[in-house]
Design a binder for this molecule. Structure first.
Ligand code: PXP
Length: 239
C-alpha cells in the first residue's frame, strides 16, 4: 500500500487573499486537486486567518470527497470548536504559536499528556481521527500513544534539510521513530518540506507510511508543471 497524498491548500488561500477577491477559487482548486489524484485535502487555519479562513474550512467540508484533514493548535478554543463543528475525517494537532510563520516543532507529548489525552478523547468521540505532530524521537512517539491518539505526523523539516547532504543520515531518526510507531500500533503520517527531490526516498525507507501532507513545494512545482502533472508526479513517487 502506498502512502496517500494529502494536498495542503494554505498557499492557494494566501494567493487568493493577496488581492482580496476570489481568484484562485479555493473550492474549485480543491475539486481539481482531487480530480487530479490527490487522496486528501489539508488545511491549517490560524487565528489571524492570514491564509485559510474558518469559513473556508466549513465550505470545504461540503465539497471534499476524499479526506479532509484540519491541522492546527488546539490551545485555541476557536480551533477546537471549528473542528468539532466541521467534523473532518482527521485532525492533526500542532503546537504552533500566535503569528508563527509555519509549524517548526512537534509536541512534547510527555509534558502535554493531560491536554492531549483530553482533546484526543473529545475529537474521537465526535468520530474524528486524531494525529499528533511530533519530532522523530522515540520517547515522543511513545508519549503520543499514551494519549490515545490514532496516528502521529512526523515533522520532516530536519529530514528535508539534511537530505541533500546525506540521505542516510537524514532518514535514520525517522526510520527509528517509524519502527517504534509500528511496534506500538500508532498510524504514521509525515509532512513539512517534502518535495519532488526528497519524497521518494522518504516513502521507500519509512515502514507503513500512511499519508504525507504537502503544500509549499507542490504549489511551487505547479507554477512550472501545472497542478495536474504535479500531482501525478507526487503520486508516482509515492508508489
Ligand atoms: N504538516 C504540518 C503540521 C504543517 O504545518 C505544514 C505546513 O502548513 C505541512 C505539514 C506541510 O508543509 P509544506 O507546506 O512544507 O509541504
Amino acid at each position: 500500500m502506498s502512502a496517500r497524498l494529502s494536498v495542503n491548500l494554505n498557499k492557494v488561500a494566501t494567493l487568493r487573499n493577496s488581492r482580496g477577491g476570489n481568484n484562485p477559487d479555493l473550492l474549485g482548486v480543491a475539486e481539481d486537486v482531487e480530480r487530479f489524484g490527490a487522496q486528501g485535502i489539508t488545511v491549517h487555519p490560524r487565528p489571524d486567518e492570514r491564509h485559510i479562513r474558518y469559513a473556508d474550512v466549513r465550505a470545504l467540508k461540503e465539497i471534499v470527497t476524499t479526506e479532509l484533514n484540519i491541522e492546527g493548535n488546539p490551545c485555541e478554543k476557536k480551533f477546537v470548536d471549528l473542528v468539532l463543528d466541521v467534523r473532518p475525517k482527521q485532525v492533526t494537532l500542532v503546537p504552533d504559536t500566535h503569528g508563527q510563520l509555519t509549524s517548526d516543532h512537534g509536541w512534547d507529548t510527555i509534558k502535554h499528556k493531560g491536554l492531549l489525552t483530553k482533546l484526543t478523547k473529545s475529537f474521537q468521540s465526535a468520530g474524528i481521527r486524531v494525529s499528533l505532530f511530533v519530532d522523530p524521537v522515540e520517547t515522543m512517539v511513545e508519549g503520543a500513544k499514551e494519549t490515545g491518539a490514532d496516528r502521529i505526523e512526523l515533522y520532516t523539516e530536519a529530514y528535508a534539510r539534511e537530505y541533500p547532504r546525506n540521505p542516510k543520515r537524514a532518514i535514520a531518526p525517522y526510520v527509528k521513530a517509524a519502527k517504534c510507531a509500528n511496534k506500538i500500533g500508532l498510524g504514521l503520517n509525515a509532512g513539512h518540506d517534502l518535495d519532488l527531490t526528497n519524497l521518494a526516498f522518504f516513502a521507500t525507507q519509512i515502514p507503513k507510511l500512511l499519508e504525507v501532507s504537502i503544500g509549499h513545494a507542490l504549489i511551487c512545482d505547479a507554477l512550472y508543471f501545472g497542478l495536474k502533472k504535479t500531482i501525478r508526479e507526487y503520486r508516482v513517487l509515492l508508489r
